[in-house]
Design a protein around this ligand. Structure first.
Ligand code: DC
Length: 247
């Protein structure tokens, strides 16, 4: 009792989000279209909170990469079989996610333009989604997690403590994607990136199963004219508000 009350006083004095989160581990769910700033924001947020960061897009990308390698992109049954068998591990350390498929690091390959061009049709397959959603729920069920994707606020964790929907203009999103490629030494045509993002948005938002859409309770943040720090601070403020009501 004495320990508990002194801890509470300490928390009030420090207002440390990290210490709050040791007591109340939240599920923070973030959705939004391609390149809306989800990964960068979610990663930084997770780091600041001492939470786990889960990039669900990386899971769909990993299956797509293997489907390309195995030349089974046009065979739904084979892709479903692959989704059941594949061992995907996400390691989050010092703000970096490493993606392992069957023990092999595929973090770079899953970001290639080829994977980006094929990932939406693969992630449209109902059975594939069921398998992935089950894995994602397992990973986040104990809280202390920032999970981002397209259906986290609506399907994976509709009861998440905090639901965020990030958006940005298509021009801004394509600019970010081009910059990301350039930072890896890859030159890519701006119009080609616009086309890929528009096409993925179209498929992701219009598919029958778990389409990308803003949940009614989600807080919408347009990141077009915000810096990364501003985006993260806005969400941290919401986390802080939530945690202070639960003290
Ligand atoms: O976030 P990303 O661009 O890496 O995601 C790649 C693709 O995966 C995206 O075009 C749609 C799909 N996806 C999905 O359908 N559901 C999720 N929860 C995450 C990603």
């Amino acid at each position: 009792m004495l320990i508990f009350s002194s801890l509470k006083i300490f928390l009030q004095a420090e207002k440390s989000l990290y210490l709050y989160s040791m007591i109340d581990k939240l599920i923070v769910a973030i959705d939004g279209p391609a390149s809306s700033g989800k990964s960068t924001t979610a990663k930084l947020l997770a780091e600041k909170l001492g939470y786990l960061y889960i990039d669900t897009g990386a899971m769909y990308r990993a299956i797509t990469l293997l489907a390309i390698r195995n030349k089974i992109l046009d065979n739904e049954e084979e892709i479903i079989k692959l989704a059941k068998e594949i061992d995907i591990q996400l390691k989050f350390d010092k703000g970096q996610t490493t993606v392992f498929v069957d023990g092999v690091d595929v973090s770079e390959e899953i970001r290639s333009m080829e994977v980006s061009n094929h990932v939406s049709p693969v992630s449209k397959i109902e059975e594939v989604r069921k398998i992935m959603v089950q894995k994602q729920r397992m990973l986040g069920k104990n809280g202390g997690v920032v999970m981002e994707g397209r259906d986290i606020t609506t399907v994976v964790f509709p009861e998440a403590d905090l639901k965020i929907f990030l958006t940005a203009t298509i021009h801004e999103r394509a600019k970010r994607r081009v910059k990301e490629y350039q930072s890896k030494g890859i030159e890519i045509d701006f119009e080609q990136v616009v086309e890929n993002i528009n096409e993925r948005d179209r498929i992701d938002s219009s598919r029958e199963v778990s389409p990308l859409k803003k949940s009614e309770e989600a807080i919408e943040i347009d990141t077009s004219y915000l810096t990364i720090d501003e985006q993260v601070d806005l969400i941290l403020e919401k986390v802080n508000e939530l945690l202070s009501t639960r003290k």
